[in-house]
Design a protein around this ligand. Structure first.
Ligand code: MN
Length: 484
Protein backbone atom coordinates (compact mmCIF):
# COMPACT_ATOMS: atom_id res chain seq x y z
CA UNK A 1 0.00 0.00 0.00
CA UNK A 2 1.60 3.27 -1.02
CA UNK A 3 0.53 6.62 0.31
CA UNK A 4 2.20 9.66 -1.15
CA UNK A 5 1.37 13.32 -0.81
CA UNK A 6 1.55 15.34 -3.99
CA UNK A 7 3.46 18.60 -3.66
CA UNK A 8 4.39 21.34 -6.12
CA UNK A 9 7.83 19.84 -6.60
CA UNK A 10 6.87 16.16 -6.68
CA UNK A 11 5.70 13.35 -4.44
CA UNK A 12 6.50 13.15 -0.74
CA UNK A 13 6.53 10.27 1.69
CA UNK A 14 5.48 10.60 5.35
CA UNK A 15 7.56 8.91 8.06
CA UNK A 16 5.74 8.21 11.33
CA UNK A 17 6.81 6.78 14.68
CA UNK A 18 4.43 6.62 17.65
CA UNK A 19 5.06 6.70 21.39
CA UNK A 20 2.08 5.46 23.37
CA UNK A 21 1.69 5.95 27.11
CA UNK A 22 -0.56 3.13 28.30
CA UNK A 23 -1.84 3.12 31.87
CA UNK A 24 -1.24 -0.24 33.53
CA UNK A 25 -4.27 -2.05 34.95
CA UNK A 26 -3.32 -2.41 38.60
CA UNK A 27 -5.15 -1.64 41.85
CA UNK A 28 -2.13 0.21 43.26
CA UNK A 29 0.46 2.62 41.86
CA UNK A 30 3.93 1.73 40.54
CA UNK A 31 5.83 2.58 43.74
CA UNK A 32 3.08 3.08 46.36
CA UNK A 33 -0.03 1.37 47.67
CA UNK A 34 -2.40 4.25 46.79
CA UNK A 35 -5.47 3.40 44.68
CA UNK A 36 -5.70 4.11 40.95
CA UNK A 37 -9.48 4.32 40.29
CA UNK A 38 -10.42 6.87 37.65
CA UNK A 39 -12.74 9.74 38.60
CA UNK A 40 -12.16 9.81 42.39
CA UNK A 41 -12.36 13.12 44.31
CA UNK A 42 -9.14 15.12 43.76
CA UNK A 43 -6.22 14.27 46.06
CA UNK A 44 -7.94 11.34 47.78
CA UNK A 45 -5.59 8.68 46.33
CA UNK A 46 -2.22 10.07 47.25
CA UNK A 47 0.45 8.45 49.42
CA UNK A 48 3.45 10.41 50.78
CA UNK A 49 5.53 8.82 47.98
CA UNK A 50 3.16 10.18 45.30
CA UNK A 51 3.25 13.62 46.94
CA UNK A 52 7.05 13.66 46.82
CA UNK A 53 7.44 13.99 50.58
CA UNK A 54 11.08 14.10 51.69
CA UNK A 55 12.51 10.84 52.95
CA UNK A 56 9.85 8.54 51.49
CA UNK A 57 11.05 5.44 49.69
CA UNK A 58 9.49 3.96 46.55
CA UNK A 59 8.70 0.21 46.68
CA UNK A 60 8.14 -1.57 43.35
CA UNK A 61 4.68 -3.07 42.74
CA UNK A 62 5.12 -6.61 41.40
CA UNK A 63 1.76 -6.58 39.59
CA UNK A 64 2.92 -3.65 37.42
CA UNK A 65 6.13 -5.51 36.54
CA UNK A 66 4.10 -8.58 35.62
CA UNK A 67 1.81 -6.48 33.42
CA UNK A 68 4.78 -4.94 31.57
CA UNK A 69 6.28 -8.38 30.94
CA UNK A 70 2.90 -9.72 29.81
CA UNK A 71 2.59 -6.83 27.37
CA UNK A 72 6.13 -7.37 26.10
CA UNK A 73 5.39 -11.04 25.43
CA UNK A 74 2.15 -10.07 23.67
CA UNK A 75 4.19 -7.78 21.40
CA UNK A 76 6.53 -10.71 20.58
CA UNK A 77 9.28 -8.65 22.19
CA UNK A 78 12.52 -9.47 23.98
CA UNK A 79 12.19 -9.36 27.80
CA UNK A 80 15.23 -7.90 29.56
CA UNK A 81 15.86 -9.87 32.75
CA UNK A 82 17.74 -6.89 34.17
CA UNK A 83 16.38 -3.36 33.82
CA UNK A 84 17.14 -0.13 35.63
CA UNK A 85 14.93 2.70 36.91
CA UNK A 86 16.27 6.18 36.28
CA UNK A 87 15.29 9.67 37.37
CA UNK A 88 14.13 11.98 34.60
CA UNK A 89 14.56 15.43 36.12
CA UNK A 90 12.28 18.33 35.27
CA UNK A 91 10.24 20.93 37.08
CA UNK A 92 6.49 21.12 36.84
CA UNK A 93 3.79 21.98 39.37
CA UNK A 94 2.12 18.58 39.02
CA UNK A 95 5.42 16.71 39.56
CA UNK A 96 6.16 17.19 43.28
CA UNK A 97 9.24 14.90 43.32
CA UNK A 98 10.97 17.16 40.78
CA UNK A 99 11.70 14.05 38.73
CA UNK A 100 9.81 11.20 37.13
CA UNK A 101 10.97 7.65 37.86
CA UNK A 102 11.30 6.07 34.42
CA UNK A 103 13.61 3.70 32.59
CA UNK A 104 16.20 5.06 30.22
CA UNK A 105 19.19 3.02 29.07
CA UNK A 106 17.92 -0.33 30.29
CA UNK A 107 14.15 -0.77 29.69
CA UNK A 108 12.25 -3.88 30.83
CA UNK A 109 11.20 -4.78 27.25
CA UNK A 110 13.25 -4.56 24.05
CA UNK A 111 12.41 -4.97 20.36
CA UNK A 112 9.14 -6.51 19.18
CA UNK A 113 6.58 -6.43 16.36
CA UNK A 114 2.97 -5.45 15.74
CA UNK A 115 1.07 -6.71 12.68
CA UNK A 116 -1.23 -4.06 11.21
CA UNK A 117 -4.51 -5.25 9.69
CA UNK A 118 -5.09 -2.97 6.71
CA UNK A 119 -8.51 -2.26 5.17
CA UNK A 120 -7.75 -4.35 2.04
CA UNK A 121 -7.24 -7.44 4.24
CA UNK A 122 -3.44 -7.37 3.96
CA UNK A 123 -1.08 -7.08 6.94
CA UNK A 124 2.11 -5.08 7.51
CA UNK A 125 4.68 -5.47 10.29
CA UNK A 126 5.69 -2.42 12.35
CA UNK A 127 8.69 -2.69 14.67
CA UNK A 128 8.53 -1.97 18.39
CA UNK A 129 11.68 -0.25 19.63
CA UNK A 130 11.10 -0.71 23.38
CA UNK A 131 8.63 -0.68 26.24
CA UNK A 132 9.55 0.86 29.58
CA UNK A 133 7.80 1.39 32.90
CA UNK A 134 7.45 4.85 34.40
CA UNK A 135 5.36 6.94 36.77
CA UNK A 136 2.59 9.22 35.57
CA UNK A 137 2.52 12.86 36.74
CA UNK A 138 -0.35 14.59 38.55
CA UNK A 139 -2.91 16.73 36.76
CA UNK A 140 -3.10 20.53 36.62
CA UNK A 141 -6.69 21.78 36.66
CA UNK A 142 -6.99 25.13 34.90
CA UNK A 143 -10.79 25.36 34.67
CA UNK A 144 -11.75 25.48 38.37
CA UNK A 145 -10.96 29.14 39.13
CA UNK A 146 -10.61 32.30 37.01
CA UNK A 147 -7.07 33.10 38.09
CA UNK A 148 -5.71 30.01 39.85
CA UNK A 149 -4.68 26.53 38.79
CA UNK A 150 -5.26 23.55 41.04
CA UNK A 151 -3.25 20.35 41.31
CA UNK A 152 -4.76 16.87 41.59
CA UNK A 153 -2.19 14.25 42.57
CA UNK A 154 -4.46 11.20 42.19
CA UNK A 155 -2.67 10.29 38.96
CA UNK A 156 0.79 10.99 40.39
CA UNK A 157 2.74 7.73 40.53
CA UNK A 158 0.28 5.62 38.51
CA UNK A 159 2.17 3.06 36.42
CA UNK A 160 2.54 3.72 32.71
CA UNK A 161 4.03 1.60 29.96
CA UNK A 162 5.65 3.80 27.34
CA UNK A 163 5.56 1.79 24.12
CA UNK A 164 7.80 3.20 21.39
CA UNK A 165 7.46 2.11 17.75
CA UNK A 166 10.14 2.25 15.10
CA UNK A 167 9.59 4.93 12.41
CA UNK A 168 7.95 2.28 10.21
CA UNK A 169 4.59 3.81 9.39
CA UNK A 170 4.01 5.67 6.11
CA UNK A 171 0.44 7.01 6.25
CA UNK A 172 -2.13 8.34 8.73
CA UNK A 173 -4.16 5.17 8.04
CA UNK A 174 -1.26 2.98 9.12
CA UNK A 175 -0.87 5.04 12.30
CA UNK A 176 -4.58 4.55 12.98
CA UNK A 177 -4.33 0.82 12.31
CA UNK A 178 -1.31 0.64 14.65
CA UNK A 179 -3.19 2.27 17.53
CA UNK A 180 -6.24 0.08 17.03
CA UNK A 181 -4.13 -3.06 16.95
CA UNK A 182 -2.07 -2.05 19.96
CA UNK A 183 -5.26 -1.24 21.90
CA UNK A 184 -6.77 -4.58 20.90
CA UNK A 185 -3.67 -6.49 22.09
CA UNK A 186 -3.55 -4.58 25.41
CA UNK A 187 -7.23 -5.33 26.03
CA UNK A 188 -6.84 -9.03 25.20
CA UNK A 189 -3.91 -9.15 27.62
CA UNK A 190 -5.81 -7.21 30.30
CA UNK A 191 -2.83 -4.90 30.85
CA UNK A 192 -4.46 -1.57 29.86
CA UNK A 193 -8.12 -0.70 29.25
CA UNK A 194 -7.14 1.31 26.15
CA UNK A 195 -9.66 4.04 26.92
CA UNK A 196 -8.27 7.07 25.09
CA UNK A 197 -11.05 9.46 26.23
CA UNK A 198 -10.20 8.86 29.87
CA UNK A 199 -6.52 9.27 29.05
CA UNK A 200 -5.49 5.70 29.83
CA UNK A 201 -3.87 5.58 26.38
CA UNK A 202 -2.18 8.77 25.09
CA UNK A 203 -0.21 9.08 21.89
CA UNK A 204 2.79 11.21 20.90
CA UNK A 205 3.30 11.29 17.12
CA UNK A 206 6.73 11.78 15.56
CA UNK A 207 6.30 13.02 11.99
CA UNK A 208 8.72 13.90 9.19
CA UNK A 209 8.53 13.87 5.39
CA UNK A 210 11.01 13.20 2.58
CA UNK A 211 10.90 13.31 -1.20
CA UNK A 212 10.19 9.89 -2.68
CA UNK A 213 13.46 8.05 -3.21
CA UNK A 214 15.48 10.05 -0.65
CA UNK A 215 17.41 7.87 1.82
CA UNK A 216 17.65 8.81 5.48
CA UNK A 217 15.21 10.74 7.63
CA UNK A 218 14.64 14.49 7.77
CA UNK A 219 13.97 16.53 10.92
CA UNK A 220 10.89 15.37 12.79
CA UNK A 221 8.39 17.12 15.00
CA UNK A 222 6.64 15.52 17.94
CA UNK A 223 2.92 16.12 18.48
CA UNK A 224 2.19 15.50 22.15
CA UNK A 225 -0.68 13.76 23.92
CA UNK A 226 -3.19 13.24 21.14
CA UNK A 227 -6.21 11.49 22.65
CA UNK A 228 -8.14 9.72 19.90
CA UNK A 229 -7.35 7.59 16.86
CA UNK A 230 -9.12 10.06 14.60
CA UNK A 231 -7.17 13.03 16.01
CA UNK A 232 -3.88 11.14 15.58
CA UNK A 233 -4.68 10.64 11.90
CA UNK A 234 -5.74 14.28 11.46
CA UNK A 235 -2.68 15.62 13.30
CA UNK A 236 -0.29 13.56 11.15
CA UNK A 237 -2.01 14.62 7.92
CA UNK A 238 -1.82 18.29 8.90
CA UNK A 239 1.77 18.09 10.13
CA UNK A 240 3.01 16.28 7.00
CA UNK A 241 1.48 18.92 4.73
CA UNK A 242 2.97 21.68 6.86
CA UNK A 243 6.46 20.16 6.44
CA UNK A 244 6.00 19.82 2.69
CA UNK A 245 4.87 23.45 2.37
CA UNK A 246 7.87 24.66 4.37
CA UNK A 247 10.36 22.64 2.28
CA UNK A 248 8.79 23.63 -1.02
CA UNK A 249 9.05 27.31 -0.07
CA UNK A 250 12.75 26.77 0.59
CA UNK A 251 12.47 26.75 4.39
CA UNK A 252 13.73 24.32 7.02
CA UNK A 253 11.90 22.44 9.76
CA UNK A 254 13.00 23.01 13.35
CA UNK A 255 12.81 20.01 15.65
CA UNK A 256 10.14 20.90 18.16
CA UNK A 257 7.28 19.71 20.31
CA UNK A 258 3.83 20.65 19.04
CA UNK A 259 0.23 20.50 20.23
CA UNK A 260 -2.80 19.37 18.22
CA UNK A 261 -5.76 21.73 18.38
CA UNK A 262 -8.68 19.39 17.64
CA UNK A 263 -11.17 22.28 17.26
CA UNK A 264 -9.10 23.88 14.48
CA UNK A 265 -7.63 20.64 13.13
CA UNK A 266 -4.09 22.05 13.21
CA UNK A 267 -0.86 21.63 15.14
CA UNK A 268 1.02 24.53 16.72
CA UNK A 269 4.38 25.01 18.34
CA UNK A 270 4.60 24.34 22.08
CA UNK A 271 8.33 24.41 22.81
CA UNK A 272 11.62 23.70 21.09
CA UNK A 273 12.48 20.02 21.37
CA UNK A 274 14.13 19.05 24.61
CA UNK A 275 17.00 16.58 24.39
CA UNK A 276 17.72 13.61 26.62
CA UNK A 277 20.64 15.47 28.25
CA UNK A 278 18.25 18.24 29.35
CA UNK A 279 16.73 15.74 31.78
CA UNK A 280 20.04 14.68 33.35
CA UNK A 281 18.95 11.05 33.60
CA UNK A 282 20.71 8.95 36.24
CA UNK A 283 19.91 5.61 37.92
CA UNK A 284 17.53 6.15 40.86
CA UNK A 285 19.59 5.56 44.02
CA UNK A 286 16.43 4.56 45.92
CA UNK A 287 15.84 1.54 43.69
CA UNK A 288 17.91 -1.54 42.95
CA UNK A 289 18.15 -2.79 39.37
CA UNK A 290 15.04 -4.83 38.59
CA UNK A 291 16.10 -8.46 38.12
CA UNK A 292 13.58 -11.02 36.85
CA UNK A 293 14.03 -14.78 37.05
CA UNK A 294 13.50 -16.80 33.85
CA UNK A 295 10.76 -18.69 35.75
CA UNK A 296 8.86 -15.48 36.48
CA UNK A 297 8.79 -14.72 32.74
CA UNK A 298 8.00 -18.33 31.77
CA UNK A 299 5.01 -18.42 34.14
CA UNK A 300 3.57 -15.28 32.60
CA UNK A 301 4.18 -16.65 29.10
CA UNK A 302 2.32 -19.85 30.00
CA UNK A 303 -0.71 -17.80 31.09
CA UNK A 304 -1.03 -15.66 27.95
CA UNK A 305 -4.46 -15.79 26.29
CA UNK A 306 -4.95 -16.45 22.60
CA UNK A 307 -4.14 -13.07 21.00
CA UNK A 308 -5.85 -11.37 18.02
CA UNK A 309 -3.33 -12.54 15.37
CA UNK A 310 -3.54 -16.17 16.47
CA UNK A 311 -7.33 -15.98 16.76
CA UNK A 312 -7.54 -14.47 13.27
CA UNK A 313 -5.43 -17.34 11.85
CA UNK A 314 -7.66 -19.87 13.59
CA UNK A 315 -10.88 -18.22 12.36
CA UNK A 316 -9.54 -18.25 8.79
CA UNK A 317 -8.52 -21.89 9.11
CA UNK A 318 -11.47 -23.35 11.05
CA UNK A 319 -14.29 -21.19 9.71
CA UNK A 320 -12.88 -20.48 6.21
CA UNK A 321 -13.31 -16.73 6.75
CA UNK A 322 -11.65 -14.09 4.58
CA UNK A 323 -8.73 -12.19 6.19
CA UNK A 324 -10.95 -9.11 6.30
CA UNK A 325 -13.93 -10.77 8.04
CA UNK A 326 -11.63 -12.56 10.48
CA UNK A 327 -9.81 -9.29 11.23
CA UNK A 328 -13.06 -7.43 11.97
CA UNK A 329 -14.35 -10.21 14.23
CA UNK A 330 -11.20 -10.65 16.35
CA UNK A 331 -10.48 -6.93 16.91
CA UNK A 332 -12.51 -7.06 20.11
CA UNK A 333 -12.40 -10.19 22.26
CA UNK A 334 -16.04 -10.08 23.34
CA UNK A 335 -17.08 -9.79 19.68
CA UNK A 336 -14.87 -12.75 18.77
CA UNK A 337 -16.43 -14.81 21.59
CA UNK A 338 -19.93 -13.83 20.45
CA UNK A 339 -19.15 -14.87 16.87
CA UNK A 340 -17.65 -18.18 17.97
CA UNK A 341 -20.78 -19.04 19.94
CA UNK A 342 -22.94 -18.27 16.88
CA UNK A 343 -20.68 -20.08 14.40
CA UNK A 344 -19.81 -23.25 16.28
CA UNK A 345 -21.45 -26.23 14.56
CA UNK A 346 -23.08 -23.99 11.93
CA UNK A 347 -22.32 -22.57 8.48
CA UNK A 348 -19.51 -20.15 9.45
CA UNK A 349 -19.85 -17.92 6.42
CA UNK A 350 -23.54 -17.45 7.14
CA UNK A 351 -22.74 -16.76 10.80
CA UNK A 352 -20.11 -14.17 9.81
CA UNK A 353 -22.55 -12.45 7.45
CA UNK A 354 -25.24 -12.24 10.13
CA UNK A 355 -22.85 -11.03 12.84
CA UNK A 356 -21.04 -8.40 10.73
CA UNK A 357 -24.22 -7.39 8.85
CA UNK A 358 -27.62 -7.26 10.53
CA UNK A 359 -26.32 -7.87 14.05
CA UNK A 360 -23.63 -5.12 14.00
CA UNK A 361 -26.17 -2.70 12.50
CA UNK A 362 -28.67 -3.54 15.26
CA UNK A 363 -25.97 -3.23 17.91
CA UNK A 364 -25.05 0.26 16.68
CA UNK A 365 -28.68 1.35 16.47
CA UNK A 366 -29.42 0.10 19.98
CA UNK A 367 -26.44 1.90 21.50
CA UNK A 368 -25.76 -1.25 23.55
CA UNK A 369 -22.48 -3.10 23.96
CA UNK A 370 -21.48 -6.56 22.81
CA UNK A 371 -21.49 -7.60 26.49
CA UNK A 372 -25.21 -6.68 26.64
CA UNK A 373 -26.32 -7.40 23.06
CA UNK A 374 -29.81 -6.68 21.68
CA UNK A 375 -29.98 -10.32 20.48
CA UNK A 376 -28.16 -13.13 22.29
CA UNK A 377 -25.63 -15.34 20.49
CA UNK A 378 -27.83 -18.37 21.25
CA UNK A 379 -30.88 -16.78 19.63
CA UNK A 380 -28.93 -15.60 16.58
CA UNK A 381 -27.55 -19.13 16.24
CA UNK A 382 -31.10 -20.47 16.51
CA UNK A 383 -32.18 -18.18 13.67
CA UNK A 384 -29.41 -19.53 11.46
CA UNK A 385 -30.53 -23.09 12.30
CA UNK A 386 -34.03 -22.26 11.07
CA UNK A 387 -32.61 -21.07 7.74
CA UNK A 388 -30.30 -24.07 7.46
CA UNK A 389 -33.09 -26.64 7.96
CA UNK A 390 -35.40 -24.76 5.56
CA UNK A 391 -37.94 -23.81 8.22
CA UNK A 392 -37.72 -20.20 6.98
CA UNK A 393 -36.19 -18.49 3.97
CA UNK A 394 -33.37 -15.93 4.22
CA UNK A 395 -35.88 -13.20 3.45
CA UNK A 396 -38.27 -14.17 6.23
CA UNK A 397 -35.26 -14.50 8.54
CA UNK A 398 -34.70 -10.73 8.25
CA UNK A 399 -38.29 -10.19 9.39
CA UNK A 400 -37.86 -12.65 12.28
CA UNK A 401 -34.62 -10.89 13.28
CA UNK A 402 -36.45 -7.54 13.57
CA UNK A 403 -39.10 -9.21 15.75
CA UNK A 404 -36.34 -10.74 17.90
CA UNK A 405 -35.02 -7.19 18.46
CA UNK A 406 -38.48 -5.93 19.38
CA UNK A 407 -39.63 -8.77 21.61
CA UNK A 408 -36.45 -10.53 22.78
CA UNK A 409 -38.22 -13.84 22.04
CA UNK A 410 -36.37 -16.86 20.58
CA UNK A 411 -36.71 -17.13 16.78
CA UNK A 412 -38.56 -20.48 16.84
CA UNK A 413 -41.27 -18.99 19.07
CA UNK A 414 -41.69 -16.00 16.75
CA UNK A 415 -41.91 -18.22 13.65
CA UNK A 416 -44.56 -20.35 15.37
CA UNK A 417 -46.62 -17.42 16.70
CA UNK A 418 -46.58 -15.49 13.42
CA UNK A 419 -47.02 -18.54 11.19
CA UNK A 420 -43.89 -17.74 9.22
CA UNK A 421 -42.86 -21.29 8.41
CA UNK A 422 -41.69 -21.72 4.87
CA UNK A 423 -44.07 -23.56 2.53
CA UNK A 424 -42.26 -26.57 1.06
CA UNK A 425 -45.40 -28.46 0.19
CA UNK A 426 -45.19 -28.88 -3.59
CA UNK A 427 -48.95 -29.15 -4.00
CA UNK A 428 -49.59 -25.90 -2.10
CA UNK A 429 -47.00 -23.98 -4.13
CA UNK A 430 -48.34 -25.39 -7.39
CA UNK A 431 -51.79 -24.13 -6.40
CA UNK A 432 -50.41 -20.59 -5.95
CA UNK A 433 -48.53 -20.81 -9.24
CA UNK A 434 -51.66 -21.87 -11.12
CA UNK A 435 -53.58 -18.90 -9.72
CA UNK A 436 -50.82 -16.45 -10.63
CA UNK A 437 -50.46 -17.81 -14.17
CA UNK A 438 -54.25 -17.75 -14.68
CA UNK A 439 -54.38 -14.10 -13.57
CA UNK A 440 -51.58 -13.17 -15.97
CA UNK A 441 -52.47 -15.05 -19.10
CA UNK A 442 -51.23 -12.18 -21.32
CA UNK A 443 -47.76 -12.27 -19.72
CA UNK A 444 -47.65 -16.06 -20.03
CA UNK A 445 -48.23 -15.67 -23.75
CA UNK A 446 -45.46 -13.05 -24.02
CA UNK A 447 -43.10 -15.32 -22.08
CA UNK A 448 -43.83 -18.25 -24.36
CA UNK A 449 -43.17 -16.10 -27.41
CA UNK A 450 -39.62 -15.50 -26.15
CA UNK A 451 -39.70 -12.76 -23.48
CA UNK A 452 -37.53 -14.76 -21.03
CA UNK A 453 -37.08 -11.84 -18.65
CA UNK A 454 -40.68 -12.26 -17.46
CA UNK A 455 -39.63 -15.33 -15.46
CA UNK A 456 -38.48 -13.07 -12.63
CA UNK A 457 -41.88 -11.36 -12.66
CA UNK A 458 -43.66 -14.68 -12.15
CA UNK A 459 -41.33 -15.62 -9.28
CA UNK A 460 -42.03 -12.27 -7.64
CA UNK A 461 -45.82 -12.67 -7.99
CA UNK A 462 -45.76 -16.19 -6.54
CA UNK A 463 -43.60 -15.11 -3.58
CA UNK A 464 -45.91 -12.16 -2.98
CA UNK A 465 -49.01 -14.35 -3.14
CA UNK A 466 -47.45 -16.69 -0.56
CA UNK A 467 -46.50 -13.72 1.68
CA UNK A 468 -42.84 -14.60 1.22
CA UNK A 469 -43.27 -18.02 2.74
CA UNK A 470 -42.89 -20.22 -0.34
CA UNK A 471 -39.48 -21.89 -0.61
CA UNK A 472 -37.78 -19.82 -3.37
CA UNK A 473 -35.85 -22.77 -4.85
CA UNK A 474 -39.04 -24.81 -5.15
CA UNK A 475 -40.90 -21.86 -6.70
CA UNK A 476 -38.21 -21.60 -9.37
CA UNK A 477 -38.23 -25.29 -10.09
CA UNK A 478 -42.02 -25.65 -10.28
CA UNK A 479 -42.45 -22.46 -12.34
CA UNK A 480 -39.92 -23.70 -14.89
CA UNK A 481 -41.82 -26.97 -15.22
CA UNK A 482 -45.20 -25.22 -15.57
CA UNK A 483 -44.01 -22.70 -18.15
CA UNK A 484 -42.39 -25.48 -20.10
MN1 MN B 1 7.17 8.94 28.88
Amino acid sequence: MSYLIQGETGDWEVVIGLEVHAQVISKAKLFSGAATDFGAEPNTQVSPVDAGMPGMLPVINETCVEQAVRTGLGLKAAINLTSVFARKNYFYADLPQGYQISQYEAPIVGEGTILLDLPDGSTRAVGIERLHLEQDAGKSLHDQHPSKSYIDLNRSGVALMEIVSKPDMRSPEEAGAYLKKLRSILRYLGTCDGNMEEGSMRCDCNVSVRPVGEAGYRTRCEIKNVNSVRFVMQAIEYEARRHIDVYEEGGTIQQETRLFDSAKGETRSMRSKEHAHDYRYFPDPDLLPLVLSPDFVANIEASLPELPDEKKERFMRDFALSPYDAGVLVADKATADFFETVARGRDAKMAANWVTGDFFAALNRSGRSIEDPPVTAANLGGLIDLIADNTISGRIAKEVFELMLETGKPPAVIVEEKGLKQVTDTGAIEGVIDTVLAQNADKVAEYKSGKDKLFGFFVGQVMKASQGKANPALVNELLKAKLG
